[in-house]
Design a protein around this ligand. Structure first.
Ligand code: ADP
Length: 172
């Protein structure tokens, strides 16, 4: 039997938010964004501007990289820098769904805590998890930065636009 509450909440939001630091965008992120787009009509990639975290790429650079990567999906994917509470950002883009990627069990504790806090702040917003593909499960932005800054090849982990952006940073 379907409860009244289920019926009331039946309408599915067409916009999903994928928040993250994206410092820089990796093949793991790209996969999550593409898979979210296969489910939702539109995806907003929320690039977290966090002054307390020292990022390699500026907010504007991280946004520009993601926009370049998804230039062919302009109407479906938008990239927006945000700061402050995630639930407020989600509401501001008229969404009710946050999508996060899960690489390993070790991601779970933190992600579960964040989703519970976000539900406490606004229980109309749901967090959904997509598990990383096995071949991407070892990839993180921090590993990419470490390898690239030591002169290693990261072309299996990030798209060409990021390889070029990293080369420019390393040269400086
Ligand atoms: P944050 O600092 O918020 O974790 P990240 O840029 O590291 O931001 O990650 C953004 C989102 O992408 C998170 O949900 C994270 O779990 C997911 N993610 C990161 N790397 C991968 C990967 N290799 N495969 C799948 N999802 C990933």
């Amino acid at each position: 039997m379907v409860s009244k509450k289920t019926v009331k909440n039946k309408s599915v939001s067409q916009v999903a938010v994928i928040p993250g630091s994206f410092d820089p965008l990796t093949n793991g992120h790209i996969d999550i964004i593409e898979r979210a787009l296969a489910i939702f009509g539109r995806v907003v990639v929320g690039v977290l501007s966090n002054p307390s975290k020292t990022a390699l790429f500026t907010d504007a650079e991280r946004v520009e990289i993601i926009e370049k990567q998804f230039a062919s999906c302009k109407g479906q994917i938008s990239v927006v820098s945000f700061s402050g509470l995630l639930v407020e950002f989600v509401k501001s883009v008229k969404s009710k769904v946050v999508i996060r990627g899960l690489r390993a069990i070790s991601d779970f504790d933190y992600e579960a805590q964040m989703s519970l806090i976000n539900r406490k702040l606004d229980d109309s917003i749901e967090t959904l998890f997509l598990t990383a593909r096995e071949e991407h499960s070892y990839i993180s932005s921090s590993i990419v930065k470490q390898v690239a800054l030591l002169g290693g090849d990261v072309s299996d982990m990030v798209p060409p636009v990021v390889v070029k952006a990293l080369q420019r940073k390393v040269r400086r």
